[in-house]
Design a protein around this ligand. Sequence first.
Ligand SMILES: *Cc1c(COP(=O)(O)O)cnc(C)c1O
Length: 386
Amino acid sequence: MTPPIAVSPSLPLVDLGRQQASIEDAVLAKVRQVITGGRFVLGAEGKAFEQEFAAYLGVGHCIGVASGTDALALILRALGIGSGDEVITAASTFVATAEAIALVGARTALADVTADTDTIDVGQVERRITARTRAVIPVHLYGQPADMAPLLDLARRRGLAVVEDAAQAHGAVVCGQKAGTLGDAAAFSFYPAKNLGAYGDAGAVVTNDDRLAAAVRRLRNHGGLDKYAHELVGQNSRLDELQAGILRVKLPHLDAWNARRRRHARAYDRLLSAIPGVALPHAVSDRTHVYHLYVIRVDPARRDALRAHLWNRGVETGIHYPVPVHLTPAFTHLGHKRGEFPVAEALAGAVLSLPMFPELTEEEITYVAAEIDAFMNGKASGEAGG
Ligand SMILES: *Cc1c(COP(=O)(O)O)cnc(C)c1O
C-alpha cells in the first residue's frame, strides 16, 4: 500500500544511513579485514559472533544461519517436526513465522493475539492443541515479549516445544531473562532494519539444548560439520563472514540503541497520550519492550487518511501488518474465514507504525506528534478532513 502522493519523505520509518554514518569506519575496516582474509563462509568471524551473541543473551549456543525464516525452519527440522505435525503460532505476525511451519511440511495452526499485548493468547493456544500439535511459536511482536510464563507452563504440561520468534526482540527482557532464552530454542533475524541488523540477510538460532544445537549446526551446513561428512539431509543456510563481522561491530552498541528506542517511545507516549482517537502501543510493566516498531492504533475509518496526511507532511509510516495470516492468500488453504481471529483482524485495520530508530531526534518526534494532533483534531490545513 503506497500512500497516494509520491514525494519522498524527509523522515523515513527507519533511517539506516544515520546509523551507518556513526559506525562507518569500524564497518569498513571489518569488511576490508574479511575480504583480504579471503575466508567468506564458516570462518573466525562467524564463530566469534556466535560466541558473543550467545554471551550477550546468556544462552548456551548460537548458530549463525542465513535468515530469520531459515532459523525458524531449522529449529523445527531439528525438533523432527514435519508432515503430519501441527505447530501453533499467532495470527498477527510477519508471514515468515507461518511460512517456516509450512516450509517443513507441518500444518500452521493459528491462535489470536490478546488485545492488551498484541502477542499470542495463551488460552487460545490451549484450545487449539490437538493430538498432532508438537510445538508453539510465540512471537515477540514489535519488540514486546509474549506472555512467556503461562505459555511455558502450558507447554510443559502438554509436552509441546516452545520456539520463540525473537526476530523483533533483540535485547528484550521477560521473566528476568532475555527474550529468546526461555523456550527450547529461538530464532533471530538480522534483516537490516531489525534492532540488530546486518547489511544483507542473516539470522541465528539460539538454544540451551546441546542436542538441538548440534542438529541445527549440521542441518545448516549440508547435514554435516566437516566437508563431505553428510550425516543428514541438510541445507545451505550459513551466516557469511562479512555479515558476521558487521554484526560483531554492531552488537556492542545494541543496548545503547535499544535504550534510545525506549526513550523515543516515552517521548511519543507523552506527546500522543492527550490526542483523542490515538491508542498508544501496549507496554506491559513486567517486560522490557525494545520497540522494534512503535505502533499506534487509530479508528480504521481514518487510518489511511492519517497515513496520507503524514506522508504529505514528509513522514513515512508503516502498517505491521495489513493482513493477518489467516486472510493472507498464501494461507487460504488453512480454510479460515474473516471473523475467526477478531483481535488480529482489528489490529490489521487500526495499526500505524511511526518512525522509530535510535538516531531519531526529539524535534522529529515532536513534529510527527504535532502532525498527528493536527489531523486528528481537524486542525490540518488544506485537506478535506480525515
Ligand atoms: C523479520 C521477521 C522474520 C523473518 O526474518 P528474515 O530474516 O527476514 O527471514 C520472522 N518473524 C518475524 C516476526 C520477523 O519480524
